[in-house]
Design a protein around this ligand. Structure first.
Ligand SMILES: *Cc1c(COP(=O)(O)O)cnc(C)c1O
Length: 392
């Protein structure tokens, strides 16, 4: 592993401070490094590998598609993209879908659609977007422009203009930023990178009402909290509201790089031929994965499993938080949960890794739990046990 890490560190750009292990393969909810050491995985590649590793049906579907056709371009129709679009539209209660290769690109598309919708409505190109402090939407220039963490943005300015940041869960602060140029309000129902902060019911419902009154589009970023992670297919569904545009990625392909943004019919209609495009986006390989993911979610009752195990995880984390004074707060929903400590968590995470548990942070003081959605109670018990040893 040492040699490989050395080579990687001499050829890859130094944008990540990586854990000093080389992952080699996975099975179920376990990962193995090059030396064959086994790890219980409570990160799932940052919320991507929701079906766990080595799902036979999923792997077969991809192998079959490789032998048929990987790519067509969007100048032609293909069957997997069509099936995947129908399934995603129905599962999200949206009406039209655009497939991308990543989360950030889905966010880019959502921003462009909101701007075009405003442009068509008012005949001018001076729209503004309200985003949230401590939000995360990705690293491309547009997505970065609406990301609420200053240290990610600062060196790359000037970014796209017309973006204002409101305080998350503070409706008054959003209202105070609205004007006649506001085309969209963008938010995560549960902030992921920002530290596992769920939006309050009053906040989301209040924003929906504000958007309705002022003719503003509500963009909900479901890239991390969507695809069943919190017990409903999309997290917004727990708030009794409907967004105008959603973004999706991470677990959408369960390992294959794919994202999407989807919108209500009237909103999606703002795009006409030539307004947006992608060479790879929606290619038959990636969308064969998406299509199969939706089938497996249904066949294996993933959502009810997440509800059950999510409650158990929640109970266990609460217990742990009560026992250890260094834990300030336990937050989150379903299988997207976090523990905030009164000190940085890097040491706990590296101790856990030594003991065969993979967990990750969200900011310096929060441990984030994003296991594959197929984890069972006994995996939660093992995780809690190792975590507790590591804390002690
Ligand atoms: C990960 C993430 C993104 C960015 O997705 P990439 O695939 O890394 O570009 C955007 N929004 C949220 C909420 C995310 O968690």
């Amino acid at each position: 592993m040492k040699n490989l890490i050395q080579t990687a560190d001499s050829y890859l750009m130094q944008t990540y401070k990586r854990f000093q292990i080389v992952l080699d393969k996975g099975q179920g909810v376990y990962l193995y490094d090059l030396n064959g050491k086994k790890y219980l995985d409570f990160a799932s590649g940052i919320g991507v590998y929701s079906l766990g590793y080595g799902n036979k049906e999923y792997n077969e579907a991809l192998k079959n598609q490789i032998d048929k056709l990987l790519h067509t371009s969007n100048l032609f129709y293909n069957s997997p993209a069509t099936k995947a679009a129908e399934k995603l539209a129905k599962a999200s209660y949206m009406e039209r879908v655009f497939f991308t290769n990543s989360g950030a690109e889905a966010v880019e598309g959502a921003i462009k659609l909101a701007r075009k919708h405003y442009y068509n409505k008012y005949g001018k190109a001076d729209s503004e977007i309200i985003a949230m402090e401590s939000s995360f939407h990705g690293r491309t220039m547009g997505a970065l422009s609406i990301t609420g963490t200053k240290k990610y943005r600062e060196a790359f300015e000037p970014l796209i203009g017309g973006v204002k940041f409101a305080k998350f869960n503070d409706l008054e602060s959003v209202i105070s930023l609205v004007n006649e140029k506001t085309c969209a309000i963008v938010m995560e129902p549960i902030q992921g990178e920002g530290g596992l902060h769920p939006a309050t019911e009053e906040f989301i419902v209040g924003i929906r009402k504000l958007c309705d009154e002022k003719g503003i589009l509500l963009i909900v970023d479901e890239i991390q909290c969507g695809m069943g992670r919190t017990g409903t297919m999309f997290a917004y569904m727990q708030y009794n509201i409907k967004p105008d545009i959603i973004t999706c990625a991470k677990a959408l392909g369960c390992g294959v790089p794919v994202g999407a943004f989807a919108a209500r019919e009237e909103v999606a209609g703002a795009f006409t031929y030539g307004d947006h495009g992608t060479t790879y986006g929606g290619n038959p390989f990636a969308t064969a994965a998406v299509s199969k993911v939706f089938d497996i979610y249904e066949d294996e009752n993933i959502l009810s499993h997440v509800k059950e195990i999510g409650l158990y995880l929640s109970f266990k984390l609460d217990e742990l938080a009560k026992k250890h004074q260094c834990i300030i707060e336990h937050r989150g929903r379903g299988l997207m949960q976090g523990l905030e400590f009164d000190h940085p968590v890097a040491d706990i995470i590296s101790k856990a890794m030594d003991k065969g548990l993979i967990i990750i942070s969200a900011g310096s003081n929060v441990i984030r739990f994003l296991p594959p959605l197929v984890v069972d109670k006994e995996h939660v018990d093992v995780m809690i046990d190792i975590l507790e040893q590591s804390i002690t």
